[in-house]
Design a protein around this ligand. Structure first.
Ligand SMILES: Cc1cc2nc3c(=O)[nH]c(=O)nc-3n(C[C@H](O)[C@H](O)[C@H](O)COP(=O)(O)OP(=O)(O)OC[C@H]3O[C@@H](n4cnc5c(N)ncnc54)[C@H](O)[C@@H]3O)c2cc1C
Ligand code: FES
Length: 293
């Protein structure tokens, strides 16, 4: 009898920095179904919080999907501590959301800022596979935070690497790289920008005067991911849209970024308490270990 490997197993873990890590997870059906732009909802253990994470890569031959995660609060830090190669996720649901539009473009600029570099990768690869000329603009705070530069070079016709402090690539924000791409090319069909809301808003402001079609991937608080709870409400073109089922990608020039940022900040106090309680539990556990030994 052939024994099936356990589902949701972490087959590879890579740490990009103190706070950013990659998990490659076994899930052959998900790897077959996944398309650029989609996301999954993950539970790391039975009592864990459900958190949405973008599919940063998928490999149909290996039967895996890749997630790149920033440890910002209780759940993502707990996952950073516990999920090593060989461990398993409790649940992995998806792929969710509308896939990115990839067909019909001749020239596209794909902009990724910080962690946003990861979800833009499958979009850049998908565009390249369909024959588009792909200009990548990826930005990090400094050289030590750079990841996936080589992966991007392999799927981009041109790559502009930016860093806030000038330690690698051009010195400046990704909007500077985007401006350079726009002045070198007058025939860009579309810009895709993914990163923190403030960065996506700045990219929208950069392309708006030229009326250059721009798409952003929004990251509101999500709960069920099925369009039922309304937690992921965003304002686009004056209308309420549900990012989990109608997005997460939307026309950047229509998005109300102030509303998005306001809604994201609403739970900060509760999130801080949850993190502090978890950290306190970790400290108590660490103190208890020698006592038991
Ligand atoms: C469609 C989508 C794709 C995402 N993809 C990624 C990704 O690829 N990698 C990654 O690191 N992060 C991604 N995020 C954000 C990620 O879900 C949050 O960082 C995570 O839920 C934080 O949980 P926490 O307990 O560690 O932190 P908390 O302290 O609970 O929250 C920290 C911050 O994370 C955000 N957040 C918290 N809960 C949620 C939630 N249920 N849904 C959405 N955002 C939340 C809020 O901005 C909050 O202020 C994505 C979010 C969305 C909506
Ligand atoms: S997360 Fe509940 S409606 Fe989108």
């Amino acid at each position: 009898m052939i024994e099936e490997p356990p589902p949701f197993e972490i087959v590879r873990r890579e740490d990009f920095s103190d706070v950013t890590y990659l998990l490659e997870v076994r899930h052959p059906e998900m790897a077959r179904a996944a398309r650029p732009g989609q996301f999954v909802i993950v539970m790391s253990h039975e009592a864990g919080e459900r958190i949405p994470l973008t599919i940063a890569d998928f490999d149909r031959d290996r039967g895996t999907v890749t997630l790149v995660i920033q440890a910002v609060g209780k759940t993502t830090r707990e996952m950073q501590r516990d999920l090593v190669a060989g461990a398993r996720l409790h649940a992995l649901v998806g792929p969710m959301g509308e896939p990115s539009r990839l067909d019909g473009f001749r020239k596209v600029v794909v902009v990724g800022g910080g962690l946003g570099v990861a979800p833009t990768y499958p979009i850049a690869r998908g565009l390249k596979e369909r024959g588009a000329h792909v200009i990548g603009v990826i930005g990090f705070r400094s050289r030590d935070l750079v990841f996936w530069e080589e992966k991007f070079r392999a799927v981009c016709d041109e790559l502009i690497l930016c860093s806030d402090d000038g330690s690698v690539g051009i010195k400046g924000l990704v909007t500077l790289g985007l401006e350079q791409a726009m002045s070198a090319h007058s025939d860009i069909d579309e810009v895709v920008a993914i990163g923190p809301p403030i960065m996506m808003r700045a990219c929208a402001a950069t392309t708006r005067p030229k009326g250059l079609r721009t798409v952003v991937s929004l990251n509101p608080i999500m709960v069920d991911g099925t369009g039922m709870c309304g937690g992921c409400r965003v304002k686009v073109g004056g209308r309420i849209r549900f990012a989990c089922v109608e997005g997460p990608e939307f026309d950047a020039h229509q998005v109300d970024f102030d509303d998005l940022m306001f809604r994201l900040a609403r739970h900060r106090a509760a999130e801080k308490v949850a993190l502090e309680r978890w950290q306190q539990g970790c400290r108590l556990e660490a103190q208890a270990v020698p006592a038991r030994a």
